[in-house]
Ligand binder design. Structure first.
Ligand code: PGA
Length: 237
């Protein structure tokens, strides 16, 4: 694990974007695993700038997102497809057909999870996976549990996650209670993982995840076993 200590959110975002851009420049057909949430917004802003300046070309890139709320249309303002289009995908020169988010409106959940795993496999796996971390240690929507779940699956969100995400909805009741998420296998098989976290409210969980026992009770702790984990954070951990 490499920890890059930065001064603040802006520097974290700039450095994360630079690593992603370098990856795409080295391999124009990169498969990027992408994340939603407030943490990566600055990284995406910077990537849009780099693209507009001609410093990175996304025309041959494939993106595969970690997760999606179950039950939300892709056009819903709080869906992760909407988030990705708004913050990144419609602002860079990527072919939208090569951008993937689980289908939150799938009627056959099992089939959708299988489809997503096959999609990741057929893409040759993920070259660079960007991750944030939840206050409960989730990555994607892999919530604390008794076991690490390998494949894409449907999860029931826990109270901490619903409370944290209710800030984006009119009321807590509107937050979907379930989500589809990529499993631990695709994340751990990514050639490189880039974990970003800022805000003092993330300090304790970052310490637990990176230096505590590896346990499904703290899903992000599995990242300690990843062969190429880069952590960029302004937090003193
Ligand atoms: P946040 O979410 O970036 O909005 O804190 C992170 C996450 O839940 O993975």
């Amino acid at each position: 694990m490499r920890i890059v200590k930065v001064k603040n959110y802006e520097e974290m975002s700039r450095k994360a974007a630079n690593i992603i851009a370098a990856q795409v420049n080295l391999n124009p057909q990169t498969v990027l695993g992408l994340a939603t949430g407030s943490t990566p917004i600055g990284t995406y802003e910077r990537l849009v700038e780099l693209c507009n300046n001609g410093d990175v070309d996304f025309s041959q890139v494939t993106t595969i997102n970690l997760d999606e709320y179950y039950g939300l249309e892709p056009t819903h303002e709080q869906s992760y497809r909407y988030f990705m289009n708004k913050h990144l995908l419609t602002k860079i020169n990527i072919n939208l057909a090569n951008t993937h988010v689980p289908n939150g409106k799938a009627t056959d959940i099992e089939a959708e999870c299988r489809r997503y795993d096959e999609l990741i496999e057929n893409a040759g796996g993920i070259d660079l996976q960007l991750l944030g971390i939840g206050h409960d240690g989730h990555i994607g929507f892999n919530e604390p549990s008794d076991e690490f779940v390998m494949g894409t699956h449907c999860v029931t969100l826990n109270e901490i996650t619903i409370n944290a995400n209710s800030r984006f909805f009119n009321s807590r009741d509107e937050v979907p209670k379930q989500a589809l998420t990529m499993g631990i296998k695709a994340i751990m098989q990514a050639s490189r993982v880039l974990l970003i976290a800022s805000g003092d409210d993330k300090k304790e969980i970052m310490k637990k995840a990176l230096f505590g026992p590896v346990t499904p009770a703290v899903p992000a702790s599995i990242l300690q076993l990843h062969r190429d984990l880069i952590v960029i954070t302004p937090l003193d951990i």
